[in-house]
Design a protein around this ligand. Structure first.
Ligand code: ZN
Length: 209
């Protein structure tokens, strides 16, 4: 479907609509991430870009255009921060009901691109245990509760000693923390995470004022 879409609708900038490119020179305003470099249960958090208007538009359009079109925009940013040597890539799964509804898992497509580029294997170690409520609608305290025990291990082979979990956007980090906790409890020694975009701490503070 995506190649048909690309053939029928030539690329347009996802922000300003300029013809011929998915992200034009003027709208390409990547900012460096300046936040935390680790989270509970996660030795190292690698963030490609700070979550700003450019990152937001790119993530939203990932679903519409698909990774084949968006990879030229996304991959150079991710390659810059991915420095794991020997690791197994673990996508954050969606609950099957949500996947059915969305038909698309951003974490999985990002994982596939990273795996292809780095030649690291993907292993689907995690499974959603219960359907979590949408995080945005909950307070921070309820968010944590909502995600506690959200994941369990899928029974599929050996437990690797080092894994890298992948997600598109990370706000509070609760999803990654919950996933990492499950992996550690199952015997994974080292958990790293790579996300495409995360708000800078300064921005988060400014927003809650
Ligand atoms: Zn533009």
């Amino acid at each position: 479907m995506q190649w048909i879409r690309a053939a029928v609708f030539p690329p347009k900038c996802v922000i300003c609509g300029a013809e011929a490119v998915l992200l034009c020179h003027n709208c390409r305003r990547w900012e460096d991430y300046r936040g935390e470099k680790a989270l509970p249960y996660i030795e190292e958090l690698q963030v490609a870009v700070a979550y700003n208007d450019t990152a937001k538009a790119v993530v939203e359009h990932l679903k519409y255009y698909g990774m084949q079109q968006m990879r030229g925009v996304i991959l150079p940013q991710i390659e810059g921060v991915f420095k794991n040597k020997k690791t197994v890539i673990v996508p954050i799964p969606l609950h099957w009901t949500r996947q059915l509804w969305r038909g698309f898992n951003q974490s999985l497509v990002l994982s596939e691109v990273i795996a292809e580029t780095t030649h690291m294997p993907i292993q689907h170690l995690l499974q959603r245990k219960k359907r979590t409520k949408q995080q945005a609608k909950l307070s921070r305290k309820l968010r944590r509760k909502n995600l506690e025990n959200a994941f369990c291990m899928r029974k599929n082979g050996d437990i690797p000693s080092s894994v890298t979990i992948v997600d598109d956007v990370c706000a509070t980090g609760e999803t990654l923390i919950s996933a990492a906790k499950t992996l550690k409890e199952a015997g994974v020694k080292e958990v790293r995470a790579i996300v495409f975009a995360r708000p800078n701490l300064l921005d988060t503070a400014a927003r809650s004022d």
